[in-house]
Structure formats: structure tokens, C-alpha cells
Design a protein. Structure first.
Length: 321
């Protein structure tokens, strides 16, 4: 068996190689190399770059700002061409029209809830929607604002429901009073806000009438007086605002109760308690003056005054004039 190592064919040359190299080095010696000491510290520029890279703002600028700038610059450069810009806008418009015309976004029915028939008709006339229509073409905020400006509307909400239904939910103002201004009759809610107009008093016989200067600005006090006048509500014809400071309660048979400017409800309650005990208001009286809280004044009808004087033995003389 042959050995794994190769045979040395020229052993004499292998022995001479180190000797020849030593002779060559002796004949031509190399110059001595200077010893350079290596500094392990980084250079000043490298140190500054390392410190700069540790700054958060610089890292954000390099990682985010620089790519964003390159992307923005490239986009602006691409959009600087009019033909490219027009083509992009045309493509965007076509995509938008395709999305808006899908059946899922079509509105086919307008549903109004919480409104009377008259208010329902007014809302539909105000919106004037040409159904079916895309929901993207409906200005919900603008429509809500226009409906909220109607006198009879207290609150309104609009929402596009599934199935192509535009729902309008309305809270209608409740009329509590009739405000007479000359020949005009307006319905007012509890805050004095106009609700609607009626042609005659017979259209709403269940509501009391108020009139006079500033009557619409004192509706809360008028309602309190009407609540206190519940025992004689069948005889009440209305309230008259006098000089924009106090009320007169008008009853049938042309009777009038002059209420004070301050605390009229309490004065009326005292009078009604007296009427319950003495049946005062069913007598032949024209007016009861309660403006002075310490002294109430009754004004009798002419016939009642003559009878009273005759009962007291006072002779009355009729004046032909």
C-alpha cells in the first residue's frame, strides 16, 4: 500500500530554499519600518457624525423627512404636466361617479316622523328632493338647518337608513296660547316662539288668548296665571298685557280682574278663594282691582250700584244728559 503523503521528488531543492532566502536577505537588508502607534479614539469628524446621529430630530429628518421630501418632490414634478394632471382628475371623477351611482347609496324614500300632516307637507316642499337620488348629493347639514328654521319645529334629526330611506325625525312645538295682533292670530308655544297662524279663534277653541304690547314676551307668566285660574277656566276669555308690565284677566260678561305687576298668581289665588266663599264673581261686578295688595277695589255695574244705593237709603237722580 502506498503512503498518503506525496514523494519528495526534488529533496535537494527543498533544502536549498531557506538557505537561498537567508542569503538574499543578508545581501539586501530591508530598511527598518517606523513604529506607528494606533489611536483607538475616532476622528473628530466621525465623533461629530455619531453625536449628530444620536439627535432625535436629525434621525427623524433622515428617516422620515428625507423620504417624504423626495416623494413630494417627485409627485409635484409628475403633476407639473397639465396632461397628466387632467388625466388624474378625470380618473378620480369617474371613480367617484361609479361609487356614488351604486344602488347601496341611492335614496328612494323620504320618511318624516313626529310631524303633523301640515308640517309634513311643509318639510317635503322645503326639501324638494328629486327622488331617487344619491345620498352623496344630499346636504344633510343644510337640510337640517332649513327645517330647523320652521316655526313649528323644535328639534330635527336626519339620517340615511338602510334600504334607501331618508328619515327626518321632528319634535314639533306644542301650541299653548293664541296671540292676537289686530286681525292676526298666531299660535305660541310655552317659550313665546311662534308655531303657526290660524284664521279664526274657532280653529283652536281650547287655547287661551293673549293680547297687548309685549304679550308674546311674557308667555311663561301668562301660563302660570292660566293655571291658577283653573277654577274659573270656563269663564276665561283671555289675558290682556297692559303697558308691558302686568296682566288683566278677562272673563265672560265683560268682567275684568286687574292683576298686580308683582306676584299676580298669588293675588289671583286669594281672589278665587274669596269667590269660593262669597260667590263674588257671579255678582253684578264689572271689575276687581287687585293692583294694590293692601286694598282690593270692586267696580259694580250701574244697575247693581243703583240697587246698593237704594238699599242704603241714598236717593239717586237720573240725569237725562
Amino acid at each position: 500500500m502506498r503512503p498518503l503523503t506525496a514523494d519528495r521528488r526534488y529533496p535537494q531543492h527543498a533544502a536549498r530554499a531557506p538557505q537561498a532566502e537567508a542569503v538574499a536577505q543578508a545581501a539586501h537588508p530591508r530598511p527598518p519600518q517606523p513604529h506607528v502607534r494606533r489611536d483607538p479614539a475616532p476622528t473628530r469628524m466621525a465623533y461629530r457624525m455619531q453625536r449628530l446621529w444620536l439627535t432625535p430630530f436629525f434621525r427623524v429628518c433622515v428617516r422620515v423627512g428625507l423620504p417624504a421630501f423626495v416623494l413630494s418632490f417627485g409627485t409635484l414634478l409628475w403633476l407639473s404636466d397639465d396632461a397628466r394632471r387632467a388625466a388624474l382628475l378625470a380618473q378620480v371623477d369617474s371613480v367617484r361617479e361609479a361609487v356614488e351611482s351604486r344602488p347601496e347609496f341611492r335614496v328612494s324614500v323620504l320618511q318624516v316622523t313626529g310631524a303633523s300632516p301640515a308640517l309634513d307637507s311643509a318639510i317635503r316642499k322645503l326639501l324638494a328632493l328629486n327622488l331617487p337620488i344619491s345620498s352623496f348629493d344630499i346636504d344633510l347639514e343644510g337640510a337640517r338647518s332649513r327645517i330647523g328654521q320652521l316655526d313649528a319645529v323644535a328639534q330635527v334629526e336626519m339620517q340615511v337608513m338602510s334600504g334607501g330611506i331618508l328619515e327626518v325625525r321632528v319634535v314639533e312645538r306644542e301650541p299653548r296660547l293664541i296671540w292676537r295682533q289686530g286681525d292676526e292670530l298666531d299660535l305660541l308655544d310655552e317659550t313665546g316662539r311662534r308655531v303657526a297662524r290660524v284664521l279664526t279663534r274657532a280653529d283652536r277653541p281650547d287655547l287661551p288668548v293673549i293680547t297687548g304690547e309685549g304679550a308674546n314676551l311674557a308667555t311663561a307668566e301668562a301660563l302660570e296665571i292660566m293655571d291658577a285660574a283653573e277654577p274659573v277656566v270656563d269663564r276665561v276669555r283671555g289675558l290682556v298685557r297692559v303697558s308691558d308690565r302686568r296682566w288683566d284677566l278677562v272673563l265672560d260678561r265683560d268682567q275684568r280682574i286687574l292683576l298686580p305687576a308683582h306676584d299676580p298668581v298669588r293675588a289671583l289665588e286669594r281672589l278665587l278663594a274669596l269667590d269660593k266663599a262669597e260667590d263674588l264673581l257671579n255678582r253684578d261686578i264689572l271689575s276687581v282691582d287687585l293692583r294694590n295688595p293692601h286694598r282690593s277695589t270692586l267696580r259694580l255695574a250701574p244697575n247693581a250700584l243703583r240697587e246698593l244705593r237704594r238699599a242704603q237709603g241714598i236717593e239717586t237722580v237720573e240725569n237725562a244728559l
